[in-house]
Write a protein that binds this ligand. Structure first.
Ligand SMILES: Nc1ncnc2c1ncn2[C@@H]1O[C@H](COP(=O)(O)OP(=O)(O)OP(=O)(O)O)[C@@H](O)[C@H]1O
Length: 245
């Protein structure tokens, strides 16, 4: 069986200023896979995600999303994004969990459209899927970091994306909540067949869930099965300079 490729990265290179950050990256992501992206600090992981999300343009090469050239691609609701919460959201903002998750539909609906019952059902379903129903009308700022992060997943999945991209989503989340976070990702993959791409410095947790791994260091130095990566990682891929660990 030939698996469908949801993302194809063809020979892309990128630099911010003088220094090349990504050099001739070639990568294909099959539908339904969970791809863990690892590498030392400054190795270009977040930059790669920004290129896939169209927030940056490659200097060379091209990216295909669902087989379509990224420059022509308009169906961005098919791709959800969860970043490190602290960077992306002012938690003093007086919105409820329901409202935050509803904001994940505004791309689809337009900012000032009224929510129809169908949309309300979709919002409630997404909140249920991350186990936050009892907090639906609580203010986001009154929740713990782990609970907030679950709400941000609900916001990212409410438009039913086929790909979910996560950039260090578990930073500042305690071990117990990290576990339930991975459980949510697993159920999304199993129930919705969603494709997951995730950057994390919590390598062991990531490797226990991801089925494929990319080790990035300006170039793709490894791309393959997680088990194969685990068997050779100590010898070939140094992660010692990561956040001092
Ligand atoms: N907006 C920017 N302008 C200029 N240089 C940048 C910018 N963002 C990142 N860089 C540089 O590009 C390189 C890659 O950064 P990137 O954030 O992609 O790495 P990373 O692998 O995600 O790092 P970390 O593991 O530390 O989060 C780094 O050297 C960084 O300093």
């Amino acid at each position: 069986m030939i698996s469908e490729k949801v993302i194809e990265i063809k020979n892309i290179s990128f630099q911010y200023d003088r220094e090349i950050v990504l050099n001739q990256i070639h990568l294909t992501v099959p539908k339904g896979s969970f791809l863990g992206i690892v590498g030392p600090n400054g190795s270009g992981k977040s930059t790669l995600l920004k290129l896939i999300l169209g927030l940056l343009r490659p200097d060379e090469g091209e990216i295909l999303l669902f087989g379509e050239k990224q420059s022509k691609f308009r169906q961005w609701e098919r791709i959800g994004f969860v970043s490190q919460k602290a960077n992306s959201f002012n938690t003093g903002f007086p919105a409820t969990v329901f409202e935050v998750v509803a904001s994940g539909l505004t791309g689809k609906l337009g900012l000032f459209r009224f929510l129809r019952p169908k949309h309300k059902r979709e919002i409630i379903q997404a909140i249920e899927q991350v186990g936050m129903k009892e907090f639906m009308y609580r203010k986001i700022g009154e929740l713990s970091g782990g609970q907030q992060q679950r709400v941000f997943i609900a916001r990212a999945i409410v438009s039913r994306p086929e790909i979910l991209i996560l950039d260090e989503p578990t930073v500042g989340v305690d071990a117990k909540n990290v576990q339930s976070f991975y459980k949510i990702l697993k159920s999304l993959k199993e129930q919705r067949g969603i494709t997951l791409l995730m950057v994390s410095h919590d390598i062991d947790a990531l490797l226990s869930e991801a089925d494929h791994v990319v080790y990035l260091n300006k170039r793709v130095q490894f791309y393959g099965d997680t088990d194969e990566y685990k068997s050779i990682r100590g010898e070939r891929f140094s992660l010692v300079d990561q956040h001092g660990s």
